[in-house]
Design a protein around this ligand. Structure first.
Ligand SMILES: Cc1ncc(COP(=O)(O)O)c(C=O)c1O
Length: 468
């Protein structure tokens, strides 16, 4: 055995269909010119809709990316900077941007902010600071597949699901919270907190005030922590507005109480600014001990100084930041509408949503049976035969088979259009096969399969023709 137990243990979740889908995409990626029959990546929550806005700002402010201040080089200063407290100017710009996204209803103190290499690092660091190995955090399902890696793998902490279902639009309820708590106790796991994503990945919905109040009451009653991963806060493109947990605490007069210290926010610029490659994340905590511990830990994943310098200039341009937020939301809203309408025409419903870079799509009616095996069977067809990499609900720990997360902001409008066309042909083939079955009263399951095979054959035939 060459690897340590930690390095080789499978709580990383790499084998999940979420990551396998990415691998399949890598082997055969769609490209309009070079590989028009390739797989379209719809499993990646990237925001590529507003790059032109960032690029225009860069063109107008060349100093920021050229290691310059007022025309003078600060290359050496940036090259040597390694303070794990971060550049003060950048932390100021970050907290102001966070407040701007929340409509300035709350303000944030830069001294309570810890910079990390993305929200991935922020989430792990917080869990590391708050829980011992073998203790647990409760998470509403479905949840972001990366959490199995980020929260569990290196910390040894367990995730216990709070089971949410389509019966109430996957909302968090008091009985579901209590049930999860009891389940953890049955498994002899001490519960240290609840972690939610608001807006939710994969649901694309913002938490309601009722849910937020419920969460506050719950952590109050149990004396535990609440982590609110608000990485998608700037993507809330439709009403109801995004409400941060911090706003609820302020409104309910929890400022400087004991509970105030048990609520922590995770943020990042990966989604709102579409910069996952820059690795800029943050922990915001009201507890100074958590801030101090997390700052020490941030040595393992600092944000490079030139990135901090560039983004502090960009984000402290308040006029730019404000217009970016508004325009980015408008673009996301249009894109979301395009996908929802396209799916609707195909008879595929989505959970009604108002945020995020994806839709939570209901394909239960396309399953051959109400099982996760049938979900995987459908997923494989969609990846290999239809040529779309989407994420099956099971990879997000959804308790109901047949739901899929479909991303819409990481591609051009033409590519999204093609993806919808591919899906439409697929669904039409299934329904026409079902009609024929009904007419000929041949209800054997194998005929559905035969027709599907025919459809796939037809599709590859068309593709070959197109290639010629
Ligand atoms: C809910 C959630 N948290 C954290 C992350 C990780 O983000 P980052 O790229 O900032 O590490 C993601 C990325 O998809 C996410 O969806």
């Amino acid at each position: 055995m060459t690897l340590s137990k930690k390095a080789s243990c499978n709580s990383h979740g790499q084998d999940s269909s979420y990551f396998l889908g990415w691998q399949e995409y890598e082997k055969n990626p769609y490209d309009e010119v070079r590989n028009p029959n390739g797989i379209i990546q719809m499993g990646l929550a990237e925001n590529q809709l507003s790059f032109d806005l960032l690029e225009s700002w860069l063109a107008e402010n060349p100093d920021a990316a050229a290691f310059k201040r007022n025309g003078e080089s600060i290359f050496r200063e940036l090259a040597l900077f390694q303070d794990y407290h971060g550049l003060p100017a950048f932390k100021n710009a970050m907290v102001q941007f966070m407040a701007q996204i929340r409509g300035n209803k709350v303000s944030f103190d830069p001294n309570n902010l810890v910079l990390t290499a993305g929200a991935t690092s922020a989430n792990e660091t917080l869990i590391f600071c708050l829980a011992e190995p073998g203790e647990a955090f409760l998470l509403p399902t479905p949840y972001y597949p990366g959490f199995d890696r980020d929260l569990k793998w290196r910390t040894g902490v367990e995730i216990v699901p709070i089971q949410c279902t389509s019966s109430n639009g996957f909302r968090i309820t008091a009985p579901a919270l209590e049930e999860a708590y009891q389940l953890a106790q049955k498994r002899n796991l001490k519960v240290k907190g609840v972690l939610v994503t608001n807006p939710s990945n994969p649901l694309g919905i913002t938490l309601t005030r009722q849910e937020l109040n419920l969460l506050v009451n719950f952590i109050d009653a149990k004396g535990i922590h609440l982590i609110s991963d608000e990485i998608y806060s700037g993507t809330a493109f439709d009403s109801p507005n995004f409400v941060s947990i911090m706003e609820v605490l302020v409104n309910r007069n929890y400022v400087n109480t004991e509970l105030w210290n048990r609520v922590h926010i995770v943020y990042s610029l990966s989604k709102d600014l579409g910069l996952p490659g820059f690795r800029v994340g943050a922990i915001y905590s009201n507890d100074h001990m958590v801030v101090a511990a997390a700052t020490k830990m941030s040595s393992f994943g600092l944000v490079s100084s030139q990135t901090q310098y560039l983004l502090s200039a960009m984000l402290s341009d308040k006029k730019f930041a404000e217009s970016y937020i508004v325009e980015n939301r408008r673009r996301l809203k249009n894109r979301h509408a395009m996908l929802v309408r396209g799916l609707q025409r195909t008879g595929i419903p989505c959970l009604e949503s108002n945020a995020g870079l994806f839709c939570w799509v209901d394909m239960r009616h396309l399953l051959s049976s109400k099982t996760f095996e049938a979900e995987m069977e459908l997923w494989k067809k969609i990846v290999y035969e239809v040529g779309l990499n989407i994420s099956p609900g099971s990879s997000c720990h959804c308790v109901e088979p047949g739901w899929f997360r479909v991303c819409f902001a990481n591609m051009s409008e033409d590519t999204l259009d093609l993806a919808i066309q591919r899906l439409t042909s697929f669904v039409n083939a299934i329904s026409s096969s079902e009609n024929k079955n009904r007419i000929s009263q041949n209800s054997s399951k194998s005929s559905r399969r035969k027709l599907l095979t025919k459809w796939v054959f037809r599709l590859s035939f068309q593709d070959r023709d197109r290639e010629r």
